[in-house]
Design a protein around this ligand. Structure first.
Ligand code: HAM
Length: 422
């Protein structure tokens, strides 16, 4: 019996892994352009960090965490998300005592014990960006712009930005009580009734038509905002408009994690079916205190890289062709030529060219097939005749031209040709 990856683990192998890399790079570049700095943080943390940070009423903490006791008896959880761990690291390394906001990004696997289906995995990949240490609504708009620009640079179009606010410690309790009053009068199942007491806002998020119909007239937070939250929300909306970033007001949008307040948002993709959320984020001004830190506001977002790969595939029909293929492929013909080919290929690589060569003793036919498969524009052949003459044969695999070039000039010749065709 051969092994398979555990159920629900998302993995990438060539050629599809190239799309994953593209997606990750698009977000990393967008964040870097906005002067976010990279961080790498723990993949597992003390369980209580997530219980206190992500929140006891969230599904993530109640049902989805991969928690275990380590050999030493510590209670450990594989990160179900990045925000709590990134903020923990910012506090631990005292970054918040330097210039604010602290702007950082990271990426990697996250773990949630969910029911696997298309676009929903137990090990999945997030890109995450956080701006910590300011309440300024400008930074809310900035995080949204960083995500939006990354989606656009991947040429994604069929997505919508949904925007909401959840109020703050002043206005949310008043709203929560009003919502609970409303919901308690409805005819709902036992589970949902229990939820009204724990996390009533989540009931608004229920997708079942019979629940939807009953909550159609539910009060919305926008009508309960205190002055500060209203001004903040209005500013974020104006800023997005001035940046030309289209959004939809989504008064029912409730995020799945407990730490949010004020601005919340999600990016939804039209072609992904049930798992359409390709990213989401918001403000977490109380999180630092919840995990034992000083008062330190923050905002950020995370995107699901797996779903972005699916979105690229569904929009562009993009497949293997999009791999960053080779540009030059070396073909040694006969003994004693391998080292010459490897030298030339290495020289090209050092000059930034993607170059590969045929390994093992393949015949000309097999090696040329490998050259074609590699996607290279040029094949470089060295046989006994070329070696003796001090030349290499360069074949243009696109228009089948070929010519002999002095071995010492071959790398420069290829570099200038590749420069022309870019
Ligand atoms: P989240 O909405 O739970 O937010 O996750 C962000 C994104 O991760 C989702 O929009 C989705 O694309 C992806 N995702 C979540 N669960 C899965 C899964 N089981 N399989 C595949 N993809 C998934 C957060 O995690 C927050 N930490 C975002 C944030 C950062 N808020 C502030 N800063």
């Amino acid at each position: 019996m051969s092994f398979q990856a555990p159920k629900g683990v998302s993995e990438y192998v060539p050629p599809r892994s190239a799309l994953f890399e593209q997606a990750l790079n698009a977000f990393a570049q967008s964040a870097r352009r906005a002067c976010y700095a990279p961080v790498e943080t723990a993949v597992f943390e003390d369980t209580s960090l997530f219980v206190r940070g992500v929140g006891e009423s969230s599904d993530v903490v109640r049902k989805e965490m991969y928690s275990f006791e380590s050999r030493g008896g510590d209670k450990i959880t594989l990160r179900p998300e990045f925000t709590a761990g990134v903020l923990r690291a910012v506090l631990q390394y005292n970054l918040h005592k330097g210039a604010l906001p602290v702007k950082v990004f990271t990426s990697g696997p996250a773990f949630r014990y969910e029911r696997p289906q298309a676009g929903r995995y137990r090990q999945f990949y997030q890109f995450d960006a956080e701006a910590i240490g300011t309440e300024d609504p400008l930074v809310d708009a900035e995080t949204i712009a960083v995500a939006y620009d990354a989606y656009r640079s991947l040429r994604l179009e069929r997505f919508t930005l949904l925007l909401n606010t959840l109020g703050d410690g002043n206005c949310r309790p008043v709203y929560r009580a009003a919502l609970q009053d409303f919901l308690r009068k409805l005819d709902l199942d036992a589970d949902t009734r229990a939820r009204i007491e724990i996390n009533p806002l989540r009931v608004l998020d229920d997708k079942r038509p019979e629940v939807r119909a009953q909550t159609a007239a539910a009060p919305y937070i926008v009508d309960y905002l205190c002055e500060g939250c209203k001004a903040h929300h209005d500013t974020v909306r104006e800023l997005l408009t001035s940046l030309g970033i289209p959004f939809q007001d989504a008064p029912r949008l409730v995020r799945g994690l407990d730490y949010y307040m004020r601005t919340t948002y999600e990016f939804d993709h039209a072609l992904l079916g049930a798992q359409s959320g390709i990213g989401g984020g918001g403000r977490y001004d109380g999180l630092s205190e919840d995990i034992g830190g000083p008062s330190l506001p923050g905002i950020g977002f995370a995107v699901g890289l797996d779903r972005i790969v699916l979105a690229i595939e569904s929009e562009r029909g993009a497949t293997a062709k999009e791999t960053a293929g080779c540009q030059v492929f070396g073909v040694p013909l006969g003994d004693g030529t391998q080292a010459d080919v490897l030298s030339l290929i290495t020289k090209l690589r050092r000059a930034g060219v993607r170059a590969d060569m045929a390994f093992g003793s393949r015949g000309l036919k097999g090696a040329m097939k490998a050259a074609d498969r590699s996607g290279a524009r040029y094949a470089v052949l060295i046989g006994a005749a070329e070696k003796n003459a001090g030349t290499v044969r360069i074949k243009d695999l696109k228009d089948a031209d070929q010519q002999d070039v002095p071995a010492t000039a071959a790398a420069d010749w290829l570099l200038s040709k590749l420069g022309e065709t870019q």
